[in-house]
Design a protein around this ligand. Structure first.
Ligand SMILES: Cc1cc2nc3c(=O)[nH]c(=O)nc-3n(C[C@H](O)[C@H](O)[C@H](O)COP(=O)(O)OP(=O)(O)OC[C@H]3O[C@@H](n4cnc5c(N)ncnc54)[C@H](O)[C@@H]3O)c2cc1C
Ligand SMILES: NC(=O)c1ccc[n+]([C@@H]2O[C@H](COP(=O)([O-])OP(=O)(O)OC[C@H]3O[C@@H](n4cnc5c(N)ncnc54)[C@H](O)[C@@H]3O)[C@@H](O)[C@H]2O)c1
Length: 440
């Protein structure tokens, strides 16, 4: 039996951040059951955005037709997939090499608690003073007969050939982002939504702008369809509901993700609910020498890579010395769809409910120089300002380059720079930042 100061279970962005934080002063072991690096670089953010790169380039070319460009390029799926694999194929070995060079031990296999101080991995047992559970989430399947015929986001991001007809079940981040990629690459894409509302955490008007762009791309939305079953067919699968039947070559579940908690948590005295492992304000589980972080915990913060990494650094630092409860900075979120939808800070609904406290300023910026140059016809920016301090309290950006502006607005929020101070600075021109003076 080997003894460590800290055992980190799960080598995704959260677990790795904790391990690196501890590497200089503690004897650390990282356990991973699947791909070193976890979801984000292997089957999540990074491969998705490599495929999205070709979609962005194609879309910009499309917008510039009759403005100097002729012809819209086609996406060659096998070549695009080879480009993606050129990155993802190196992730597990690169991650492992990074751990070794930092003096962190690594073992491959699924960890399972035998008791609160011991885990078993691949037939060996390991003991530690502290544990960090960072096991993330896995794709969920709808609870209907035939659900095992459905594929997942991980399958989509590794398709050798793109099916010509396909469906996504769900209307959240995964469904919208992957539907956009598939449709831009030439597939006929159906999106099956069990309600009439997509992306519930975003304002309805902004979502409507995104959905309009996706419908222009000929993505077919089937709202208020509660599937009752999936059966196989000679050409693929048939999705069934009351008064509804749709045959596609492949169908992908995008109904959310479930916390990966099959690691004997009961034997370690750790409580877990449907949304994940319960933690306190120090990210301690119900067993105080065991921490949990990232997507696997029940939390109000979005389950995103930079949030998991932030928590990993916090837990690493807290194991070294208690620095008080975790205090999160603002967390920007971006949906990389047919246009980008980005949001940070207070929600529009909460700001509208407190008109004495907040100013809400929504502007159509599509004719402003940078957006006009890019022919970004649906660009809209909403900035919510705290009346008393003049500081930015939140923002919503719809634009093909929303990912850029949302980070500047986040920076201003986190550094408590009031809008009128930000407006006086000099920014490179012409760039999205150079319009901050008219936005904040
Ligand atoms: C398709 C897709 C696109 C996404 N796009 C974005 C994006 O654009 N931006 C963004 O910020 N976020 C995005 N996310 C979310 C992001 O990937 C996660 O928030 C992030 O990976 C969470 O990190 P984590 O370390 O908590 O968990 P993970 O990255 O999931 O890592 C957990 C690791 O633990 C391992 N593990 C599980 N159980 C055990 C066990 N018993 N023993 C050993 N190892 C175990 C798993 O194999 C996994 O490698 C996306 C997710 C998906 C699925
Ligand atoms: N750009 C990004 O940052 C990004 C991209 C992808 C994923 N993610 C992360 O991954 C998480 C998971 O994404 P997701 O899209 O899988 O989940 P989600 O929670 O965002 O969306 C799930 C969707 O499925 C629908 N749904 C649930 N049950 C259903 C059922 N039985 N039938 C039909 N529809 C059903 C929901 O109404 C919702 O529209 C996100 O919450 C986010 O944390 C982030």
């Amino acid at each position: 039996m080997k003894q460590y100061d800290v055992i980190v279970i799960g080598a995704g962005p959260g677990g790795l951040a904790a391990a690196y934080q501890l590497a200089d002063s503690k004897k650390v072991l990282v356990v991973e059951r699947d791909l070193w690096g976890g979801t984000c670089p292997n089957v999540g953010c990074d491969p998705k955005k490599m495929l999205y790169s070709a979609v962005q380039a194609k879309d910009q070319a499309g917008r510039m037709t009759r403005a100097g460009l002729e012809g819209i390029p086609d996406i060659n799926w096998p070549n695009l997939m080879a480009f993606k694999r050129g990155y993802t194929d190196t992730v597990p070995s690169g991650t492992l090499a990074g751990l070794k060079s930092a003096g962190i031990d690594a073992v491959h296999g699924a960890a399972r608690f035998l008791d609160p101080r011991t885990v078993a991995v691949a037939g060996e047992t390991y003991r530690a003073t502290n544990f960090v559970i960072a096991t993330g989430q896995a794709p969920a399947l709808p609870k209907i007969p035939g659900a095992s015929l459905l594929k997942t986001s991980s399958d989509f991001l590794n398709l050798d050939q793109l099916p010509m007809t396909l469906a996504f079940i769900g209307a959240g981040y995964v469904a919208l982002e992957l539907a956009n990629i598939a449709a831009a690459a030439g597939a006929t894409v159906h999106l099956i939504n069990h309600s009439a509302r997509a992306l519930r955490s975003f304002p309805e008007d902004a979502v409507a702008q995104l959905l309009a762009a996706m419908k222009d791309r000929r993505i077919i939305f089937h709202d208020n369809v509660a599937l009752t079953g999936v059966i196989s067919s000679p050409r693929g699968v048939i999705l069934q509901a009351a008064d509804f039947s749709l045959e596609v070559q492949a169908a992908f579940s995008a109904v959310g993700r479930v916390p990966a908690v099959a690691l004997g948590l009961g034997d370690a005295g750790i409580q877990v609910g449907a949304r994940g492992i319960h933690v306190d304000d120090h990210l301690r589980t119900t067993n105080p020498h065991i921490f949990a972080l990232g997507d696997v915990i029940a939390k109000t913060q979005p389950k995103l890579t930079p949030v998991a990494s932030f928590e990993g650094r916090y837990v690493g630092a807290t194991i070294l010395a208690d620095r008080g409860p975790i205090a999160y900075p603002a967390q920007p979120v971006v949906v990389y769809g047919t246009t980008e939808l980005a949001q940070v800070g207070i929600s529009l609904t909460d700001a509208e409910a407190a008109p004495d406290r907040y100013t809400i300023n929504t502007q159509d910026v599509s004719r402003w120089y940078t957006y006009n140059r890019l022919k970004d016809d649906s660009a809209t920016v909403t900035v919510i300002t705290d009346k008393a301090s003049g500081e930015i309290a939140g923002a919503i950006v719809v634009s093909t380059i929303a990912e850029e502006l949302i980070n500047y607005l986040t920076l201003l929020m986190d550094t408590h720079v009031p809008g009128k101070v930000a407006a006086k600075l000099i920014y490179a021109y012409p760039t999205p930042a150079s319009y901050l003076q008219y936005l904040v």
